[in-house]
Structures are given as structure tokens and as C-alpha cells.
Design a protein around this ligand. Sequence first.
Ligand code: SAM
Length: 351
Amino acid sequence: MHRNFLDILADPIDLYPLRLEINERRDDEILEGFLKARNGTGYAVRRGIPRFVLTQDEAQLQTSKAFGFKWGKLDTYDSPAAKANATSWMLDKYGFESLRAWVSHFGSKDCVLDLGCGSGFSSSLWLNCKEWTSNTTWVGVDISSAIDVAQDRLGHIPNTLFIQADALQLPFPDASFDGIFSEGVLHHTPSTRRAILSASRVLKAGGEFDFYVYRRKGPVREFTDDYIRQGISSMSDEDAWETMRSLTSLARELAQLRTRIRLQHDVPLLGIEAGDHDVHRLIYWNLAKLYWNDTLSFEENVHVNFDWYRPKYAHRQTAEQVKEWCNEAQLTISRFHEQNSGFSVRALKPR
Ligand SMILES: C[S@@+](CC[C@H](N)C(=O)[O-])C[C@H]1O[C@@H](n2cnc3c(N)ncnc32)[C@H](O)[C@@H]1O
């Protein structure tokens, strides 16, 4: 952490400024030390990363551990195919016509927060572009040990800061950022609603908050999601990963059927619509998320299934809920993109 960044940090409890005590430094980079609050609490700086996580919520801690585990498996998510898939998906859902347009969207900001950055995978899609100038400060926050992985992967990019903190107790004063990006994070906290309100607090007037959250599915799919999540909940992360391998094999067999069926009628009770369906996708959306993508390796596919089933907190919400929470957070929605999987929202804080 560069010592200049002290100015953008605050005690997550009372939002007062912090005082730095340095134990180890390299020039102006603080490697080890403490950030001291008014009441004497000391937040550690370890490996150059300020550590602010205070929660004792058991399901949040399990969720955090699961993500620390999966983002530490570097060879299971960072292939050219995985990055290409993610880039085209995000450009489409957030409504950017090209990667360059997405880079310049964030590059036009003074200070961008990636809220729940994990290992920085999604941000890396634009941070690693040659068009990224580093005139913008990029702040990555994650509750889990994935923040260390993010620093290892992206710490060489100038003007980046990595912080281990909870989205519900952010260590920043009000109105600190003119851009916030939160890709697939808010639903992994104890409350998606409170996470939206918390992000809005640190957004400046005129700033933009871009986020993606899960959508509530039909009844059988919701049941299976909870059933599998519950079934692996007492396992270790390693055993849960292994269990996801069998599920992934099933997904691969179904995907490779490449068989379509035509439904003459809607099945409202199950939330299934009439029409032409690929059998695997019909099962995927309505009965059980069994992820398979031919362009990814087997372990990359396991990664996606683990990502879905392993965290205890993975709330699914309706469009109405998400709109209501944005309204409550005094955010004006400028784009609301709906997919089977979830909602991608661009929201503005009025001046
Ligand atoms: C699906 S990952 C997405 C990571 C990143 N946004 C990306 O797209 O590459 C969700 C991330 O949210 C983080 N997370 C979960 N609860 C959080 C919380 N309360 N505060 C901050 N981060 C949280 C997890 O640790 C995990 O890294």
C-alpha cells in the first residue's frame, strides 16, 4: 500500500480517519504495520494490504473461505477462452460496444472501486488493456484471501490499491468513488439490499454503479440449488471441489447430447416456456444448474459449478426487488439488463 492511499481510508466503524504505524516499508510502500482508529483499534497491514474484516457471520465467513479457495486455483479460470467468454458476456450485458469503450468508461473516472474484486478477474479484462492509462485510481476490495491473489496478479499496474474488507462495512468516507463495479458479489453478502445501500454510500453524486446479481429461478431449479448447496455444506473445500467434478461430468454428457425438443405448451407450474429447447439448457435453467462449456477445460467448468454451489450466501432476487433497492439507495437506473441468470444494472447517483 502506497502511503498516499491513507487519505482514502477510514475506520469502517465510525468513518474517522486512521493513523498509520509502520513496521516495515519499502520507500513509500507500506508492507507491514497498523492503521489505528480513534478508539485504539488497530487494523493490520499485512503483505501491503490493509485488513478490515470484522464480521463474525458464520455463513459469510464460509462464503469468504470458499472464494479464497477457488480464486487461489489459478489454473482454473484464467485461460484465453475464459477471458474471451467473460469479455463478450460483460460487454453485451453492460451495453458497451467494444472493449475499448468499456476501458474508456472506467478510464474516464478519477477513482474506481471494484467491490468484491476476487482475484481481479473481471477488472483484469480492462485493466490489462494497453488503452488503460492508470490516470484512474483502481481500488479492489474483497472480503477473502483472494485479495492477496489480486495483488499478485494486478499489483504491477500503477495506481492500484488492494484492501481486504467487507462490502457491508466499507473503510471509506461517504462519496469516495465516481465509479463502482461489482460483478457477481452483492448476493454473496448477508443481504443484497444492504450491500447496494452500502455501495451507494461511498458513491459520489454523478458517479455510476455497475453491478450484476443473480435472478430467482423457477421452483424446481431453486429447490435443487438449495439442495446441492446444503448437501456439500459440511464438506471441506477440497471435497466439495471433488464433488463438483461428478456434477460437471454429468453436465458434459448432457451438453454433448446436442439434442433439441419442441414444447407445444408452456409449463407454468415449473416456469418453463413453450418453444424449441436444447435439452441440456432446458435442464440447466429449470431443473439443475449443471454447467458445461465446450470452450473451457474440465477444471474450468468445475470452477464454475463450485462458484455456484459452494458459497452459503448466494441470494437470488427478482427484478422488482433489485429496482426497489436501487430506489431506496437513491440510485437512478440507466440500464437494466435481464437474463435467465441475473440482472446487470447501471445506476447513477443524481447530482
Ligand atoms: C463470484 S466472485 C466475483 C469476483 C470478481 N468480482 C470477478 O468478477 O472476477 C464473488 C466475490 O465476492 C466476494 N465477497 C463475498 N462477500 C463479500 C463481502 N461481504 N464483501 C466483499 N467481498 C465479498 C468473494 O470473496 C468473491 O471474491
